[in-house]
Design a protein around this ligand. Sequence first.
Ligand SMILES: [Zn+2]
Length: 336
Amino acid sequence: MLALGKLLEMTLADHEPAAKIQLTHEGARLRWLTEGALEVTPPADADSGLDLLLSAGIHGNETAPIELLDRLLHDIARGDLKPRARLLFLFGNPEAMRRGERYVEQDINRLFNGRHEQTSGTEALRAGELERLAANFFAKPERTRLHYDLHTAIRGSKIEQFALYPWAEGRRHSALELARLHAAGIEAVLLQSKASITFSAYTYASLGAEAFTLELGKARPFGHNQAVNLDLLEARLRALIDGSEPATEPSPLDGLQLFAVAREVIKRSDAFQLHLPKDIENFSELPQGYLLAEDIAGTRWVVDEQDARIIFPNPKVQNGLRAAIIIVPADAERLG
Ligand SMILES: [Zn+2]
């Protein structure tokens, strides 16, 4: 196997390879760009026209998707998986991965779309670097641009595998991409309706890619991910990489649950209190009239939406950031 296929080992060892470029037997080119970043270029006569960015480890302790990218890279480096797409593999937060922690100083996934310029530290620098790597990768004209940013969640979820689909002015959410996600085992999609500061929001809104944050189960240490079943996703990624993706079925969205953001609960002060059990699962239902949160100066967050559910409750975020999202069912009428 080519040494550059061991990107994960190199990243965990904080090791820079001597040879930055290697070719597979079939002529695919692997190029090490910087820590945790590897570009794969297929032979020109095999190129499918797809530019596929796969990122994991944006949160350093979310190991199942990191291990998935590692498997794909090993197979490419061995010649067992023959790429026909251009690929960029990114391990998002190497220092946090080495420590086995979500982040070191700041959550990288709140630092994109320029937010990193307003702060400092290792994660701010890395967010800027990830933006440049993604922008360079997606700079080629007339290519299909697709980004999956792979995560596992802090908490359990009533819906195990789901996606967040970013929003941008003038763009419509793609029914084709939703069908592709559904075929990859994703059970629900949250359609965003405003700009955001996550990595997938950056590649979607600023680089014109179709882009998704995928939540794939609960975070566990390396080697303990047997309960996270990524078989369908892995099969779909392999097919996107080697150009063998089957056509999507006639009524592909059957059974895929769509949700829209009703409100983001923003924490304003240290007095913020979230009235939910610590171990509440994502997608838990919220009854109408429920007092969800309280904050400084008598601020009250009461659920007035019908069929509301909660995702990403986290009262420990910094003041000014979102401490939970209230979501409601959405329909497919407004898809492009
Ligand atoms: Zn994550």
